[in-house]
Design a binder for this molecule. Structure first.
Ligand code: C2E
Ligand code: MG
Ligand code: MG
Ligand code: MG
Length: 293
């Protein structure tokens, strides 16, 4: 019996120590990450990767979505999963938004010279909607680079509107006053009611990738078809996200979906990669999936 007690104590002791150490190293990890994020922001290590968005009917590029990447001095190019959650939590995301806007507007101005109809989409966070520090910067850059404001698309998610609807509504109005377009991102995955659709009056509807995936896996297209019809009946441009297979694209054609983006046709790329000639080969349905990010 003594032996058993001894074992139990040892075990719980070990567990406590283990737990403590785990907690500490988790804290240390987050602290270090936050410090290097701050340094990264100071040193402008955050850049945009651009994923082409295609017309379903014609297969040509109609715009790009800017997606944040971190050019980490030691770890290489990192995706948003590595830094956005902590940035949101620590209130650093508005600095990221500003840096992305500063990449995106001049780039759009460059590319519009050859492709005047091109649009550029970027993602906003809940923080941006509640504390819209970015609006002045956006207005300034639109003016400075003389881009058509209507070619700037701001992507928002349903969940981002839930926090403080009145505040969010004011911000959306301010963006409209600038002339920018609004897209509802990841549509179908949030919890908001359909009445939001009416009140926001977005220009674009981006159907979340999970619905394409669901059709691919089960052949069940009920929600996918309904969402395309819903968006179009509300005069929105409907965009399908995450198209990975030829069959998916063929089905979107059949559904009459307007635009798509996905690894089938192009991954997010740094602007140099796009300018280095990826552009023209992207106008067909290609297989240059080796330019990965
Ligand atoms: P999102 O806005 O829905 O962006 C689309 C994500 O889907 C991107 O991931 C893109 O690389 C990925 N994707 C595109 N096509 C395919 C496909 O065919 N298959 C699969 N499996 N994935 C595909 P990424 O770049 O990792 O971004 C993830 C999320 O991070 C974005 O989702 C967006 O919510 C957020 N994010 C990215 N950049 C920013 C930013 O600058 N600001 C803010 N606030 N959020 C950002
Ligand atoms: Mg997006
Ligand atoms: Mg999306
Ligand atoms: Mg998504």
């Amino acid at each position: 019996a003594d032996m058993a007690l001894f074992k139990a104590r040892a075990a719980s002791g070990a567990e406590l120590i283990y737990f403590d150490e785990g907690l500490k190293s988790e804290q240390r990890y987050r602290f270090n990450l936050e410090q290097s994020i701050i340094q990264g922001l100071d040193e402008k290590q955050f850049v945009a990767a651009y994923q082409p968005i295609f017309s379903v009917k014609e297969g040509r590029i109609v715009g790009f979505e800017a997606l944040a990447r971190w050019q980490h001095p030691e770890r290489g190019l990192l995706g948003p999963g590595e830094f956005i959650p902590l940035m949101e939590e620590r209130g650093l995301i508005s600095r990221l938004t500003d840096q992305i806007i500063s990449c995106v507007v001049p780039k759009l101005a460059d590319w519009q010279v050859l492709h005047p109809d091109l649009f550029m989409s970027l993602n906003l966070s809940a923080w941006d909607i509640q504390k819209p520090l970015f609006i002045d910067n956006l207005a300034l850059l639109i003016h400075k680079y003389q881009v058509q404001p209507g070619k700037i698309v701001l992507e928002i998610t349903e969940s981002l509107l839930l926090a403080d609807w009145l505040k969010a509504f004011q911000v959306l109005e301010a963006l409209r006053a600038l002339g920018a377009e609004l897209a509802l991102d990841d549509f179908g995955t949030g919890y908001s009611s359909l009445s939001y659709l009416q009140r926001i009056n977005a220009d674009k509807l981006k159907i979340d990738r999970s619905f394409i995936e669901h059709w691919s896996q089960t052949g069940d297209a009920r929600l996918l078809r309904t969402m395309v019809q819903l968006g179009q009946s509300m005069k929105m441009t409907v965009i399908a996200e995450g198209v990975e297979r030829k069959e998916e694209l063929a089905f979107l054609q059949e559904l009459g979906c307007d635009q798509y983006q996905g690894f089938l046709s192009a991954r997010p790329m740094l602007s140099e990669q796009i300018e280095a000639g990826g552009w023209h080969s992207m106008n067909a349905i290609p297989d240059h999936t080796d330019e990965l990010l």
